[in-house]
Design a protein around this ligand. Structure first.
Ligand code: DX5
Ligand code: ZN
Length: 234
């Protein structure tokens, strides 16, 4: 398994101080910045776009090195935004297959623009949707809430689904030697991350669990430490 990655979602950050929030959470131990893009069409909420991504790039640094910006596109259609986000500094781009008419083409487009492609499965989307494209993916993201809002409760059926995706990723790795990340997004907290890791996830998005803490007295660092200590594989 790949080493665990903690990716705080800036959806729950203070948007009026976004640059500082990004820098703070990285200084306090985050691995990636999870960047939730919502269009009020594919999902019933409207958030941030490529201009905001470009604006945080100078703040997305840890020890002088650029930290990955993990863009989660909850938009339909997808393709037009891929080059724009690549230009705006995205490192990884994940999208929902229901939102793209040609999923394989969108994955190739992300790769051609120098980013790492990920495919996102909603709670009701069957795991079989990854089967024909696993070769081309660097990450599979399982939504453990319905996309659109931070602060929702983790859907418990996700745990069994993580196991089914883990088995596919491991089988693929045995044949190709290529490890694909298994990310979980939605309702991840210190009290359930151990079970999520034990089920087979290695990459954890956490919005409210991190940014819901008071930053002033080291709350982000404590939240990140708690998540990381429980996210270790057994
Ligand atoms: C939901 C977003 C998530 C969300 C996670 O549509 O994709 O990234 O912000 O927030 P929490 O951790 O609060 O559920
Ligand atoms: Zn997300």
């Amino acid at each position: 398994m790949l080493p665990p990655v903690i990716a705080p979602s800036i959806l729950s950050a203070d948007f009026a101080r976004l640059g500082e929030e990004v820098a703070r959470v990285l200084a306090d131990g985050a691995d990636w910045i999870h960047f939730d893009v919502m269009d009020n069409h594919y999902v019933p909420n409207l958030t941030i776009g490529p201009q905001v991504c470009a604006a945080i790039v100078p703040y997305a640094r840890r020890d002088g090195v650029a930290a990955p910006i993990d863009v989660h596109l909850m938009v339909e259609p997808v393709d037009a935004l891929v080059p724009t986000f690549a230009k705006a500094g995205a490192t990884r781009i994940s999208f929902h297959p229901e939102a793209s008419r040609h999923v394989h083409r969108t994955i190739a487009l992300i790769r051609d623009h120098g980013c790492s492609p990920g495919l996102v499965l909603n709670p009701a989307t069957p795991v079989e949707w990854i089967d024909e494209v696993l070769d081309d993916l660097d990450l599979v993201l399982l939504m453990s809430v319905n996309p659109g809002f931070g602060g929702q409760a983790f859907i418990p059926q996700t745990l069994a689904k993580i196991g089914r995706v883990r088995a596919r990723i491991d089988r693929h790795a045995a044949g190709t030697g290529r490890l694909i990340r298994l990310q979980v997004d939605g309702g991840v907290k210190a009290d359930n991350i151990a079970a999520i890791a034990a089920a087979g996830a290695d990459t954890f998005v956490a919005g409210s669990a991190v940014f819901g803490q008071p930053d002033a007295d080291g709350g982000y660092r404590r939240a990140l430490d708690a998540l990381r200590s429980m996210a270790k594989p057994n």
